[in-house]
Design a protein around this ligand. Sequence first.
Ligand code: PHE
Length: 457
Amino acid sequence: MSAADGPDGGSAAAPSRQREHWGTRLGFVLAAAGSAVGLGNIWKFPYVTGENGGGAFLIIYLAIIGTLGISILLAELVIGRTAQKNPVGAFRQLGGTRWRVAGWMCVLGAFAILSFYTVIAGWTIAFAVKTASGRLTAPGADTEAIFESFVSDPVWPLLYAAIFMALTVAVVIGGIRRGIERVSLVLMPLLFLILIALVVRAVTLPGAMEGLLFFLAPDFSKVTGGTITAALGQAFFSLSIGMGAMITYGSYLERKAHIAGSAASVVGLDTLVAILAGLIVFPAVFAVGLRPEGGPGLVFVTLPAVFAAMPASAVFGTLFFLLLTIAALTSSISILEPAVAYFVDEHNLKRSRVTILCGVIAFALGIPSSFSLGIWSDYTLFGKGFLDIMDFLTANIMLPAGGFLIALFVGWVMGPRAIEALAPNTALGLWLARLWLYGLRFIAPAAIAWVLISGLI
Ligand code: PHE
């Protein structure tokens, strides 16, 4: 340990094997965009927007994404690419032993997020099956009752979660190029095709206009302190920042890789998909006369009703839930990877074994989340069940806190080294790089602390 612990001291026990790298720049961008684009965009973004008043929330969200979001995403990529290590190893190598804590927070966050993420991703597979069988879109089907009875069941949701976790583990075992990159190169374009088809269908529904107005026309009277906390949490969750997923993906970049442009592409794609999801969900919700404040069930309850009112309902419905599964898979692999990379890099364990073990642990941690909607629904804290608490704690507290540390780390500990890491090969002008660094030093930590503290009070 000793010599390895100082800043820049490479780990004495560094494995002799070469670190794997992304095959192509496009492969990396699609994998990182695949991480960002997920349930956060298509399941969570519409209902959080719906609960927070629509257009006004959208504007605040976009402002956060364009400033804090992109800056911290770039900061994570810089940390990862410079250190060529998992979050724990990277913080230690660049900042000394004390900073390992920040890395451990990342690994912990990975397990926490993956546990409930898998449960919801399991629902998407179940609903793809239910729509394909025609049950959900049958005339007169009570989609709300079907959703409630499914999620409160003690067994079925867990079985589907197990299937989803098995898929995630299978891809991560494949490694970077043959697993994550290959899957992203196929699935991401497919996801865009399905999205576009659904947007065209949704905005041409009779009555779609009302939904478009709700989503795009801001009404600032609905904005409260809670809206800003929600927008910050949503931005971090959606961009996959604050828990080291992007540090880990960045660590598989060659040292000479361009990253500013890639970061911008990832942010652009993630935001595009969130907006497209809004363009599908809100017109659809209003077209069938439902309300946008539907909460976590929004896409599961309202969209099948929309599909039912369309020709070829089973086809569109199945496509949509398949889309959700795909988006969730390219994200869940990036949530698992930081933990796996930690055990592989730091403890020299075998990738396949560690991946399975981490998957099993995260699955077990997800069981209370699933039960909290059914047999454990009586156990609540501040009126929230376990799943809601996990979601709130991770997105609204852990990720912003992680982002706070990452901003301080790159701003103060790496400092000018971070600009050097960008400078030789980026289109980013020097003044913009300096602005980025000052933003990370002062503005980002202050803004995050302010939102976190005011949110807690
Ligand atoms: N960004 C993913 C989504 O939108 C979720 C995620 C969060 C992935 C944190 C990695 C890290 O669904």
